[in-house]
Ligand binder design. Sequence first.
Ligand SMILES: Nc1ncnc2c1ncn2[C@@H]1O[C@H](COP(=O)(O)OP(=O)(O)OP(=O)(O)O)[C@@H](O)[C@H]1O
Ligand SMILES: [Mg+2]
Length: 262
Amino acid sequence: MKYVLEIENVSKFFHGLVAIDDLTIKVKPGQIYGIIGPNGAGKTTLFNCVTGIYTPEKGTIKYKGENITGMEPHKIAQRGVLRTFQNIRLFKEMSVAENIIAGTHTKSKQKWYHSIIHTPFYKKDELKQWKKVEELMEFFGLSKYADTPAGDLSYGNQRKIEMARALAAEPELLILDEPAAGLNENETIELTNIILKIKEMGLGIMMIEHDMEMVMKLTDYITVINFGKEISQGEPDFVQNDPRVIEAYIGTDDEEDEENGK
Ligand SMILES: Nc1ncnc2c1ncn2[C@@H]1O[C@H](COP(=O)(O)OP(=O)(O)OP(=O)(O)O)[C@@H](O)[C@H]1O
Ligand SMILES: [Mg+2]
């Protein structure tokens, strides 16, 4: 398999205004693919098209060769495309462990009646899933918070829970929308190392991120978008020095973007 994800000539409009304009992006297995660009560029919209929240008006999206354009979000997740959100989405009153086990249900082969009649299959499967949750909590350093309500934890830990929940579904493509947003410097370094370890597991990773240091450290390939259009594509070193990219960032007066354009 050459590509895990192929986005081809995809466009998405809102009320006649273009949010994504003819984007083509191909992600190889085991690659960390960065999507960067100023605020409102269309980055999250692109991820929403890939995960089935939006159906693009033009173009096709293929996952492992299968056309998934316009497929329902849960079907795309079942196939192995899992994500985290720009604004963390957790069950805040539920414990850390319960939040993470929720992720396993995406992939579980359990039928609804198994949980009522508690078949041996159900018990065995349930045990397997809890084992996986334990391993994930260990991996993310969350074991000591297993029974703590997710909403009581720091922002950094909540980001980890969301990532653990996505991994619980055993994705082959992990999609991260601004994983370092709201994190302090130490938390960002910790998360960078976690993402590198996830990469070693062999998954494809696509990430939107404004923290340029993190992007340069992690990504193998980058597409830069502005006003929904690709303005540059290539390896981090190339993209960073591309005059079109520098211009796009300097052209905005957003504080965050000015910092990134330095
Ligand atoms: N559901 C929607 N309805 C109408 N317009 C939308 C919708 N979702 C996004 N947009 C518009 O599409 C454009 C792209 O938004 P998007 O959220 O994809 O940007 P982004 O690159 O993720 O920005 P940020 O870095 O601030 O998260 C913006 O102009 C936004 O207002
Ligand atoms: Mg966004």
